[in-house]
Design a binder for this molecule. Structure first.
Ligand SMILES: [Zn+2]
Length: 336
């Protein structure tokens, strides 16, 4: 476990090919491994092939007037990065958070980070976070840089009390499970008024074919005078494309950060073995949101049983166990 406040850890092993090599390696080369020691895999993206996060910046009225109802009609959850000193419609955001959308921090003043004074930085990072947690949602754990301007000083301040932050430009907009991302500058693709639906479908197809996570940055929807409103027809078609695809985990930015960070922690956890009982124990980082559940499979070693807090966890029909990351432990009992 690192000392950092995030859940970030070492790179993970994801592909079946790599997992197969690991099985061979563990069974033949690791002195401490015992016969029957389970080999555990955490399924990326909450058991889906790929993940997409829709993020909205600045709290524009078209977000609650048009985007939220359209998302809710399709059961899709998104992230809304709000500005601390610009919250004209608090009730709608409180309700959105209660219903499973994420509220993220987009600073107090939405001014240019490169102009922030040293004294101002704390107010823009943790100050705005505390205000949003008091006024809107109890657990604000992610951040978006205004104007996607990432300064080292602001980034450090954000790291101290968040689990991740969204930036803009990136070398790749498609993050793979084996990547070790910069959790405090996750790239995002910006939606523009003139962007055709085929471009968004291409982004989605690419995310899916690469088994990746991609983040969309949206400012406004048609009818708004704010930055780059997306035509309603295009926006609805984008949501319909996502809604129709069960292989994609459409989830808030913070939900994907938390799952992926927890996944990397669990995969780096070495069990302690006592006979047929293999105990996995880990520490939950301080800022990780509660309620993260991981989708786990075990290689078939002697019909293993998985117990968490003394309770037997049964796998689903596909052999997938749902385990609580909050619990900080589970045991695998193998019969051989
Ligand atoms: Zn903004």
């Amino acid at each position: 476990m690192r000392k950092a406040s995030t859940c970030a850890v070492q790179p993970s092993l994801q592909t079946l090919a790599v997992a197969a090599i690991l099985v061979a390696f563990v069974s033949t080369h690791t002195p401490s491994a015992q016969a029957g020691t389970p080999v555990l895999h955490v399924l990326p993206w909450n058991g889906h092939k790929a993940a997409i996060s829709l993020t909205f910046d600045d709290g524009d009225p078209s977000q609650w007037g048009t985007a939220l109802p359209a998302l809710d009609a399709r059961g899709l959850k998104a992230t809304f990065f709000l500005i601390g000193n610009n919250l004209p419609n608090k009730d709608v955001w409180v309700k959105a958070a209660q219903e499973g959308h994420e509220i993220g921090n987009h600073t107090m003043t939405h001014s240019h980070p490169k102009d922030f004074t040293a004294k101002q930085i704390a107010d823009e990072a943790s100050g705005a976070q505390k205000l949003l947690q008091t006024e809107i949602a109890p657990n604000v754990v992610t951040f978006a840089y205004p104007f996607t301007e990432v300064t080292p000083e602001l980034k450090d301040a954000v790291k101290a009390s968040h689990i991740g932050a969204r930036g803009g430009w990136g070398a790749s907009y498609y993050l793979k499970p084996t990547d070790t991302p910069d959790w405090f500058n996750i790239p995002s693709q910006a939606t523009m008024t003139a962007t055709p639906i085929d471009t968004y479908k291409n982004w989605i197809d690419t995310t899916e074919s690469q088994g990746a996570w991609s983040v969309f940055m949206i400012h406004a929807i048609e009818g708004s005078t704010w930055y780059q409103p997306v035509p309603k027809k295009t926006f609805y078609a984008l949501l319909d494309r996502l809604k129709a695809d069960a292989d994609i985990w459409v989830a808030p930015f913070g939900s994907v950060c938390a799952y992926w960070q927890a996944e990397k922690i669990l995969e780096a956890t070495v069990p302690s073995n006592q006979g047929h009982v293999h105990t996995y124990a880990w520490s939950v980082p301080s800022h990780c949101p509660k309620g993260v559940n991981l989708q786990v499979t075990l290689d078939d070693v002697g019909k293993p049983q998985l117990k968490q807090s003394g309770r037997l966890i049964k796998p689903n029909a596909a052999g997938v166990y749902t385990v609580s990351f909050d619990s900080g432990e589970f045991q695998v009992v193998s019969s051989s």
